[in-house]
Design a protein around this ligand. Structure first.
Ligand code: FES
Length: 130
């Protein structure tokens, strides 16, 4: 992400390290109580909602190829640059993507962006009452 385009309220939090991410092997992470998926593609890392905008397939099982997240269930492809679905999926919402920064090998995600525009799906709520 270009520093000059970061929103003024951006708040990047550490989620993992670059060494822990293998290309082609997306992983789940929790940011602000929401599950996201991180995927390494070339030298870049992308963060996006964990469930497919079509019928909520688990995108931690997706393939990352040719700049797209390919859903494992019906094979819709979502562009990593803007989240738009591939041709033929015009009625499907774009995939929500979140800003990522890599600083000295640490992978950080903008938690403020996640709070502003939470991913679909279930919000994880911690219960400390017992
Ligand atoms: S659930 Fe992902 S394309 Fe249908």
């Amino acid at each position: 992400m270009n520093e000059n385009t970061a929103p003024t309220d951006a708040r990047f939090v550490l989620v993992t390290t670059l060494d822990a991410l293998r290309p082609g092997a997306p992983v789940r992470v929790i940011v602000e109580g929401h599950t996201l998926v991180l995927a390494r593609h070339g030298d870049a890392v992308y963060a996006f909602q964990a469930t497919c905008p079509h019928e909520k397939a688990d995108l931690s099982q997706a393939r990352i190829e040719r700049g797209c997240v390919v859903c494992p269930r019906h094979l819709a492809a979502f562009a990593l640059i803007d989240g738009k679905a591939s041709a033929g999926w015009d009625n499907v919402e774009p995939l929500k993507l979140y800003p990522v920064r890599i600083v000295n090998g640490d992978v950080t995600v903008d938690a403020a962006a996640v709070s502003r525009q939470p991913p679909g799906g279930r919000r994880q709520v911690w219960d400390f009452s017992s």
